[in-house]
Design a protein around this ligand. Structure first.
Ligand code: LLP
Length: 415
C-alpha cells in the first residue's frame, strides 16, 4: 500500500481501508459455516461508509442495524431488504413503522414493552411483523466492561423466562410472527468458551420453543469475534463456526451472525502526520494531526492501537512505504492529538524513533469503530476515507470542511 502517495493525494488524518482484505475475511467466515445455511449480517456500527457496505453487500453480506439511519444506509448501499435485521434497546415508534414498511428480515426485540409496541404498530399498519427476541444468557464474556452485553446487569435483551413468555405472546398475536432467536454477549471476544456456552444455552431454549410449535427459522449468534490489537490470542473463524454448529446439532435453523470488527477492523489504518515533538521534563510527546475525535478508542476504553512510523513525506519521494529502519534512537513517548484534554491520546508509553514534523505514522487496526465513532469535538472536521480495491485507491468520503460543520448553525443565526 502506497501510504505516501495516499497522504499526499488526500492529506492526513486519513482512514485507508483494504477492501480486498475485507473480502478475504468475509469469505473465510462464510466458508467456515458452509455445512449449514447461513447469513452474515455485517454490523454497520463498526463502519457505516456506504462504499464499504456496498462492497460487503456484493459479496453476499446482509446488515445488522441499530437505528433506522443504519437501515436506510444498508438499503441505499444495496443490501437486499430480506438480509437486513434491526436490533437495539430503544427503537422509537417511527423507526419501528419504517422498518416494517421497508419489509426487512426481522426486528430483534429487546424488551416486553417493545414487543407490545411493535404489535400495536403492526396492527395499525395491518402488517405482520417478523420478530426475534434477544435473549440475555447471563454469561460473562470476559471482555472490557463497556462492551460486555450478555450479563443481567447489562441493558440488553431479556432473560430466558421472559423470552419464553414473549414468544408465546407473539405466537398468539395475529400481527406478530416470531421467526428467530438472538443473543450477543459482547464485543472483542477472544475466548471461545463463553460463546459456546451461550450458544448451547440459547439452543436449548430454541428446542423448547420449537416443541411449543413456535416456528423459528433463524438462530442469530450476534457478533463479537475479536481481532488482534496487541498480543491477544484470537478465535479462528473455523473454530468459532464449529462451536456454533455443535450447539445447533439437531436444530434445522439458518445461522445468522453479525460480525462488525472482525470484517473491517484489521483492514483499516488511520494515517496521521507528526506536527511537533516536545518534552515536558523527561517526558516525550509526539503530537500528531489525528486526535481522539478521529479515533476515540484509546481515550474511551484505554484500547491499544499499534503505531508504526513511515519515512517522512517531506523528505522522501519514494513511492514505497518503508518502515522506520532509517530512523534512529527509539525512545518511549506518548502519541497525542491537538485536542484540549489530557485524555486525548492515541498511544501511551510506546517506543518510537526520533521523528520530525511531517513524518507519517500508521495507526493500525482502525477499520472498526474508528470513523463511525468520530466527532467534531474542538470543531475538528472528520477525516477523509479511502478504499483500496485491487491496488487502486478510491476516495469514499471527503474530508469535512469547516463550512459543512457550521452550515446548519449559520443558517439559524439571528440577525
Ligand atoms: N451485534 C450486536 C447486537 C452488537 O451489539 C454488536 C456490537 C455487534 C453485533 C458487532 O460486534 P463486533 O462484531 O463488532 O464486536 N465501540 C466499541 C464496540 C461496541 C460494540 C457494540 N456492539 C469498540 O470500539 O470496541
Amino acid at each position: 500500500m502506497d501510504y505516501f502517495a495516499l497522504a499526499q493525494a488526500y492529506q492526513t488524518p486519513l482512514y485507508v481501508y483494504d477492501f480486498d482484505r475485507i473480502a478475504h475475511t468475509f469469505n473465510t467466515l462464510k466458508n467456515a459455516f458452509k455445512a449449514r445455511k447461513s447469513l452474515i449480517c455485517y454490523a454497520l456500527k463498526a463502519n457505516s461508509n456506504l462504499s464499504l457496505i456496498h462492497h460487503l453487500a456484493q459479496l453476499g453480506s446482509g446488515a445488522d442495524c441499530v437505528s433506522i439511519g443504519e437501515v436506510r444506509r444498508a438499503l441505499r448501499a444495496g443490501v437486499p431488504k430480506y438480509k437486513i435485521i434491526f436490533s437495539g434497546v430503544g427503537k422509537q415508534d417511527s423507526e419501528i413503522s419504517e422498518a416494517l414498511q421497508s419489509d426487512i428480515l426481522f426486528l430483534n426485540v429487546e424488551s416486553e414493552q417493545e414487543l407490545y409496541r411493535i404489535e400495536s404498530i403492526a396492527r395499525d399498519m395491518q402488517i405482520k411483523a417478523r420478530i426475534s427476541v434477544r435473549v440475555n444468557p447471563n454469561i460473562e464474556a470476559k471482555t472490557h466492561p463497556y462492551i460486555s452485553t450478555g450479563l443481567s446487569e447489562n441493558k440488553f435483551g431479556v432473560d430466558i423466562e421472559q423470552a419464553k413468555a414473549m414468544y408465546i405472546f407473539a405466537k398468539n398475536a395475529p400481527f406478530l410472527e416470531p421467526v428467530g432467536i438472538h443473543f450477543h454477549i459482547g464485543s472483542q471476544l477472544t475466548d471461545l468458551a463463553p460463546i459456546k456456552q451461550a450458544a448451547q444455552k440459547i439452543a436449548k431454549l430454541a428446542h423448547s420453543l420449537l416443541a411449543l410449535k413456535i416456528d423459528l427459522k433463524f438462530f442469530d449468534v450476534g457478533g463479537g469475534i475479536g481481532i488482534c490489537y496487541d498480543d491477544e490470542q484470537i478465535i479462528a473463524p473455523y473454530a468459532y463456526a464449529q462451536a456454533i454448529l455443535e450447539a445447533l446439532y439437531g436444530l434445522d435453523l439458518t445461522i445468522i451472525c453479525e460480525p462488525g470488527r472482525l470484517l473491517v477492523g484489521e483492514s483499516g489504518v488511520l494515517l496521521t502526520k507528526v506536527v511537533y515533538e516536545k518534552y515536558n521534563g523527561e517526558k516525550r510527546f509526539v503530537i500528531v494531526d489525528a486526535a481522539m475525535n478521529d479515533l476515540m478508542r484509546p481515550a474511551l476504553y484505554g484500547a491499544t492501537h499499534k503505531i508504526e512510523p513511515l519515512d517522512s513525506i517531506n523528505t522522501e519521494s519514494s513511492s514505497s512505504a518503508r518502515t522506520s529502519s532509517t530512523h534512529t534512537k527509539a525512545s518511549v513517548c506518548d502519541v497525542v492529538g491537538p485536542i484540549c484534554e489530557s485524555g486525548d491520546y492515541l498511544a501511551k508509553g510506546i517506543l518510537l524513533p526520533t521523528l520530525k514534523s511531517g513524518d507519517l505514522l500508521l495507526i493500525k487496526n482502525a477499520g472498526a469503530y474508528g470513523y463511525s465513532m468520530a466527532s467534531n469535538y474542538n470543531t475538528r472536521p472528520r477525516p477523509a476515507e479511502v478504499g483500496v480495491i485491487n491496488g487502486e485507491a478510491r476516495l469514499i468520503k471527503r474530508r469535512e470542511s469547516f463550512e459543512e460543520m457550521i452550515k446548519d448553525e449559520e443558517s439559524l443565526l439571528k440577525g
